[in-house]
Design a protein around this ligand. Structure first.
Ligand SMILES: CC(C)(COP(=O)(O)OP(=O)(O)OC[C@H]1O[C@@H](n2cnc3c(N)ncnc32)[C@H](O)[C@@H]1OP(=O)(O)O)[C@@H](O)C(=O)NCCC(=O)NCCS
Length: 223
């Protein structure tokens, strides 16, 4: 089972009540206070989700400071309970004062999520990061639809690149969206996506609180 959660910043969010000393040391890498706050919101949201996940698997834990969410060298988050790494795949994304997190057992696959405010993309951004086919798909829509579609495609690319663990270290054009999502109000619509050198990831996408978001799952054997 894959669980996800959208978290919002509140003044009550207190680093000392949420984070372990190892996490707080990790958080020192952010010089910008706004980014550090997003990092904290991501930790708080992810811990709420993981505590729910382990509780429903029959292992209740109350104190979020028993969990540490640290980053592997690549940036992928790792989940440590006391001194033992849990076999979970966790992904975190932030946009403004919102964080989106998803978690599953690692044997289920590797997760990536992304959430972005919908905004127009410049021609330079579009030609650097989207394929010809993606641009043609977006150009078939009116302006509002185009802004949403390109933001959604970008979310899908980042979600897949996070599931791979490379982030933008890999060319986003190697993740290609093949069709527009089905229309309708379902917040989780599947999106056909091709990956240059691996089996296609499963991607779903939608709109959450007006923002575009996507979640990708890659089979564990791809790693
Ligand atoms: C991962 C990346 C795509 C995130 O982009 P973003 O839209 O700015 O940020 P988001 O809020 O959506 O995601 C940030 C989260 O992604 C996660 N993340 C970072 N690198 C990751 C990676 N390689 N794999 C999986 N997840 C990663 C982290 O959890 C991070 O949150 P945290 O730092 O608070 O823990 C991008 O920052 C990246 O590629 N970074 C690593 C490579 C890099 O810096 N390349 C620079 C050359 S282009």
């Amino acid at each position: 089972m894959i669980r996800w959660l959208l978290g919002h910043d509140t003044p009550a969010l207190n680093e000392a009540e949420i984070c372990t000393p190892a996490e707080r040391a990790d958080g020192q890498r952010f010089r910008h206070p706004g980014r550090r706050r997003q990092w904290l919101l991501g930790r708080a949201t992810a811990k709420t989700l993981i505590l729910r996940h382990v509780r429903e698997s029959g292992r209740p834990i109350e104190d979020p400071r028993r969990l540490s969410i640290l980053t592997a060298g690549s940036g992928t988050p790792r989940v440590i309970l006391d001194d033992t790494e849990l076999p979970l795949s966790l992904s975190i994304s932030h946009s403004g004062d919102t964080a989106l997190c998803a978690v599953c057992q690692r044997e289920r696959g590797r997760l990536g999520v992304d959430i972005e405010r919908v905004e127009p993309r410049s021609a330079a951004f579009a030609s650097d990061y989207f394929t010809r086919r993606e641009l043609e798909l977006a150009e078939s829509l009116d302006r509002e639809g185009r802004d949403f579609a390109l933001t959604l495609f970008w979310c899908a690319k980042e979600a897949v690149l996070k599931a791979l663990g490379t982030g933008l270290g890999r060319d986003p054009r190697e993740v290609e969206v093949l069709a527009l999502p089905a229309s309708g109000n379902d917040p989780a619509r599947s999106l056909p996506v091709k990956l240059a050198d691996r089996p296609a990831p499963a991607v779903c996408c939608g709109r959450l609180e007006g923002m575009a978001c996507a979640m990708a799952v890659l089979p564990e054997r791809c790693h």
